[in-house]
Design a protein around this ligand. Sequence first.
Ligand code: FES
Length: 104
Amino acid sequence: MSDTPWRDVLDVADLEESWVTRVDLGSRKLAVYDTPSGVYASLALCNHGGADLCDGYFDGHVIECPLHQGAFDVRDGRPVSAPATRRMRVFETRVKDGKVQVRI
Ligand code: FES
């Protein structure tokens, strides 16, 4: 189990329902996903060409990049559609006391 502390990143009330929400944490940008099986978070920038995944299309557990339509499963970051080939960085995420918390 990670010893990285949990960090509040967003009020649950501000989460876009069944969609992706952008969160700025200083120089880091996160994409937070509301899915049928819970909340997940990843770095917001696509690891293929740097596009902002928060501007992409989100459906179920899959985020599709707006630039070249590469896609990732937000639960574990694995690429599910080319040209994405590398796993995206995801973070352990939970909801507690009305906040979305991420280990980052
Ligand atoms: S920048 Fe995301 S698939 Fe190319």
